[in-house]
Design a protein around this ligand. Structure first.
Ligand code: PRT
Ligand code: ZN
Length: 283
């Protein structure tokens, strides 16, 4: 049995549970319990505020945790980062009032910066030889310049619309973050084996995300060109069709390039194109 700390509510809760479910692990949602044992896998979920997850894993109260990289770095938690999970993407940025004459980091000298991430900010200031004062605020950091608490902010940015709504512009990125699976150091042997299995399942899940399976009929004469357009994982699967001079080609593409690939293969004569979701890619 391995215990995994998960955010009880908030931005990472749903996708953390979804990730577990997608790799075949069912746990009850935190609405019912603080701790929930999986019915079909040796895992127990412990639901916590995200701020507490790095320390709880470092102390070994939970052996694993799912939390934003930003929290792990800010708290300098002595844990291993076992996997990047590809959701909860955001960045920690410095932002200044839109109308300011920002020309580079030296602008911050002698200025006040509001943030909930003082350790990451102080390290950035030290590394860049900047002398600014750090004002620690725990919520609504983006309003600090407007109310006169600070001249600038350093905060989490995702779409950037909160900054725009508060008359701010993003000027420097300090950290690119996403949800990560963290593990306590010196896991017992039996838990290491469970972690290995989880990592194998997660890698398949992350790999298959945003992938589409393409099937089509193709004139035999266009095959070489089609293979150039659709290289697939090793090479595409090609099968003969009953009609002379035609074959069937199967391949996997990134959803982001699906329509461009479809345009290219149609142009070389592909017909009857089917697009299917990919559930898992086992590497
Ligand atoms: O209650 P608990 O303490 O558990 O949660 P919390 O309120 O401290 O954190 P929560 O749930 O807001 O965020 C959890 C994690 O999600 C963060 O630590 C990040 O790793 C990640 N994440 C991803 C984000 C965002 N995107 C995000 N956009 N966390 C916060 N934001 C905020 C941002 O600060 C801004 O004010 O959302 C606002 C909107 O962002 P824009 O740029 O899309 O407008
Ligand atoms: Zn929090």
């Amino acid at each position: 049995m391995i215990r995994i700390a998960i955010q009880s509510k908030g931005r990472l809760n749903e996708e953390s549970l979804q990730l577990l479910s997608s790799i075949g692990i069912d746990v009850d949602s935190p609405k019912r319990k603080l701790v929930s044992k999986s019915r079909n896998y040796p895992v127990e979920a412990l639901y916590l505020r995200d701020d507490d997850i790095p320390a709880v894993v470092a102390a070994g109260t939970a052996s694993l945790g799912i939390v934003g990289l930003n929290e792990v770095v800010e708290r300098a938690a002595p844990v291993e980062i076992a996997a990047r999970l590809g959701f909860g993407e955001c960045r920690l940025c410095l932002a200044v009032p839109k109308a300011s004459d920002y020309t580079g980091p030296a602008w911050f000298n002698g200025r006040r910066i509001a943030t909930s991430y003082p350790n990451i900010l102080r390290k950035y200031l030290d590394d860049n030889g900047l002398d600014a004062s750090v004002e620690v605020i725990t919520g609504s950091v983006e309003i600090a310049p407007a109310v006169g608490i600070a001249d600038a902010i350093m905060d989490i940015v995702s779409s950037g619309s909160t900054l725009v709504a508060n008359g701010l512009k993003e000027v420097e990125t300090l950290l690119e973050s996403e949800a990560v699976l963290i593990a306590r150091k010196d896991l017992p042997e039996q838990e290491k084996e469970i972690l290995e299995d989880l990592l194998f399942r997660i890698a398949s899940e992350v790999e298959s995300r945003g992938k589409k399976y393409l099937m089509m009929n193709l004139p035999q004469a266009s095959l070489d060109e089609a293979i150039r357009i659709l290289p697939a994982m090793r090479s595409p699967t090609v099968m003969p069709l009953a009609t002379e001079g035609w074959c069937s080609l199967h391949s996997v593409v990134d959803a982001s390039e699906l329509w461009e690939k479809v345009r290219q293969i149609k142009a070389i004569g592909a017909e009857g194109i089917l697009v299917l979701d990919v559930d898992k890619i086992i590497l």
